[in-house]
Design a protein around this ligand. Structure first.
Ligand code: SIN
Ligand code: MN
Length: 200
């Protein structure tokens, strides 16, 4: 297995085989039935192009009041538990004793993107964030610990896993665009990204 190191991010290419990717998609489909995808507003008032939901004790949310974790889905139901298949990826790649308490599910349809941002709504940045990519390729851009400066990009394909930890935990990152229809994992195309986070 090859691991690229880019600005402190560990990029595990092809970490999940196709059978595992299919199994993870199946549990994500169940999860989305229990906690439907929604399209949050940015604090600046514009809707995000990505649709999202979460599993775990906390789910990530954004609206006019800002970015934060909330303990229930905006429709009122509890977030579903993080599926074991997904927790197993965290265990295997981090070898940490503590499990994550949020799995954010990001769904990128055609034209969706995510601007450069830091993941900084968690209490303790010594825990890494682990990202799992499924479906269409996404162009991942990595910046710096402060806004601005030179950036580097890498295409993330289905089955790739990225560990954002250590000195890179607060590094800016985002998805410029996806190559819609580049993968056959999801029958109607699009990209799923799961990020596992320790929130408290
Ligand atoms: C994120 O930063 O929350 C998502 C990154 C990705 O979609 O790969
Ligand atoms: Mn992020």
């Amino acid at each position: 297995m090859t691991c690229l190191e880019m600005r402190g991010f560990q990029i595990w290419k092809g970490y999940l085989d196709v059978a595992t990717q299919e199994a993870v998609v199946a549990v994500v489909r169940q999860l989305v039935l229990a906690a439907p995808l929604f399209q949050p507003d940015t604090p600046y008032g514009r809707p995000m192009s990505v649709r999202m939901t979460s599993a775990g004790s906390f789910g990530w949310h954004s609206d006019q009041r800002g970015y934060r974790y909330i303990s229930r889905h905006p429709d009122g139901m509890e977030w579903p538990a993080i599926p074991k298949k997904i927790l197993a990826i965290w265990d295997r790649v981090t070898r940490l004793e503590r499990p994550p308490d949020c799995c954010l599910v990001n769904w990128y349809g055609e034209g969706a993107r995510m601007g450069l941002h830091q993941d900084r709504d968690e209490a303790d940045f010594s825990w890494p964030v682990v990202s799992v990519s499924l479906g269409d390729d996404g162009l991942f851009r990595i910046g710096n610990r402060t806004r601005g400066g030179k950036t580097e990009s890498v295409w993330l394909a289905s089955g790739d896993v990225v560990v954002m930890g250590g000195d890179a935990r607060l590094t800016y990152h985002g998805i410029d665009r996806i190559r819609f229809g580049s993968s056959r994992l999801l029958s109607r195309g699009g990209r799923l990204n799961l990020t596992l986070r320790v929130v408290t």
